[in-house]
Ligand binder design. Structure first.
Ligand code: HEM
Ligand SMILES: *[C@@H]1O[C@H](CO)[C@@H](O)[C@H](O)[C@H]1NC(C)=O
Ligand SMILES: *[C@@H]1O[C@H](CO)[C@@H](O)[C@H](O)[C@H]1NC(C)=O
Ligand SMILES: *[C@@H]1O[C@H](CO)[C@@H](O)[C@H](O)[C@H]1NC(C)=O
Length: 318
């Protein structure tokens, strides 16, 4: 009898453990069934005034996930012993925090204390990618929010000056493979970059040989020496605000903006070259991989079960 009871307890604990560790698209089905439409309502409105909103929020989600997992840690500001990740160099001007607060307020109004800030970033990313013409996918949910930030770990985020080897390593450290690296880099199909993150490629005497000469002239005019290093340029010169596969055809034409974009195609012998070619030839192949890689990115060490908390204000721990 007692062994039957023990078995039952073990089985219950096993399922408990499993359900705690897994994210699921239906996580809020009974506790906040309308969460997607609430997020959609806020971001669709905000995107009308800011064509870059999708670019801003997906980048925020990426920077959140690469620092100790997708736990909303990037949203915490300096307060009560928190050393904010937002003040570190890899922030490279992440924007959009105000819209995240607006989403959170709208969600709290309907389902107080239920939906995490980490899940809001994942949901908003998917909705805005779709709105810009990109793929749609079922967003796994159930992440909880961290009670700490890890400013030092922002060094896990790749810089635009990485070598190919270092770039690959920073992804493989997160168990993201070459297909994930190429697909996720495809997010540079929209959004902007400041001159300072690629101007080393425009040198007067020694420009980057993997830069198309006409595009080089254009970029030299946009980012003159001694000019404003914060000036913004389109990451995708062909269709700057659309989520499509032109990022990859640009790479084939030596029109990748960042060095870390172009090396995916220009590193001879690298396994990323064939992947770029595949995505350039088929937007459907890109969209399919992008959706899968976003789910992998979003699954990076989430806090689940009773770990972490549901923050009331995304900027502060409860
Ligand atoms: C592969 C390594 C990556 C590097 C080195 C990198 C680097 C950068 C840099 C330097 C910028 C410009 C920032 C600025 O000027 O302030 C940028 C912008 C951006 N990145 Fe990445 N990134 C990488 C991967 C990703 C990934 C995985 C995503 C999302 C899935 C992403 C999404 C974006 C977006 C959408 C923008 C434009 C943001 C805006 O307009 O505000 N990036 N990235
Ligand atoms: C869900 O949210 C949307 C957007 O805020 C709203 O239009 C709709 O009426 C809501 N539906 C329910 C069942 O609450
Ligand atoms: C980004 O980090 C730099 C330090 O590298 C800091 O001066 C700047 O204020 C930060 N930007 C934001 C938006 O927090
Ligand atoms: C590549 O990584 C090594 C080891 O972390 C580092 O010393 C080096 O500066 C990195 N190179 C670039 C270009 O970031």
């Amino acid at each position: 009898m007692s062994s039957v009871l023990a078995t039952v307890i073990c089985v219950v604990m096993l399922f408990w453990g499993i359900s705690d560790a897994q994210l699921s698209p239906t996580f809020y089905a009974s506790t906040c069934p309308n969460v997607s439409s609430i997020v959609r309502g806020v971001v669709e409105q905000a995107a009308r005034n800011d064509v870059r909103l999708g670019a801003k929020l997906i980048r925020m989600h990426f920077h959140d996930c690469f620092v100790d997992g997708c736990d909303g840690s990037i949203l915490l500001v300096d307060a009560n012993g928190i050393n904010s990740e937002q003040d570190e160099a890899p922030n490279q001007s992440v924007e959009g925090y105000g819209v995240v607060d607006d989403i959170k307020t709208a969600v709290e109004n309907v389902c107080p204390g239920i939906v995490s800030c980490a899940d809001i970033l994942a949901l908003a990313s998917e909705i805005l990618v779709t709105l810009a013409g990109g793929p749609t996918w079922q967003v796994p949910l159930g992440r909880r929010d961290s009670t700490t930030a890890n400013a030092a770990r922002t060094s896990d985020i790749p810089s635009p000056f990485e070598t190919f080897g270092n770039l690959s390593l920073k992804f493989s450290n997160k168990e993201l493979d070459s297909t994930d690296l190429v697909a996720l880099s495809g997010a540079h199909t929209f959004g902007r970059s400041q001159c300072q993150f690629f101007s080393q490629r425009l040198d007067d005497t020694n420009p980057d040989p993997t830069l198309d000469t006409t595009y080089l002239q254009t970029l030299r005019q946009a980012c003159p020496q001694g000019g404003n290093p914060s000036r913004l340029n389109n990451l995708d010169p062909t269709t700057p605000d659309d989520f499509d596969n032109n990022y990859f055809t640009n790479l084939q034409n030596n029109r990748g903006l960042l060095q870390t974009d172009q090396i995916l195609f220009s590193t001879s012998g690298a396994d990323t070259v064939a992947i770029v070619t595949r995505f350039a030839n088929s937007q459907a192949a890109f969209f399919d991989s992008f959706a899968q890689s976003m789910i992998k990115l979003g699954n990076l060490s989430p806090l689940t079960g009773s770990n972490g908390e549901i923050r009331a204000d995304c900027k502060r721990v409860n």
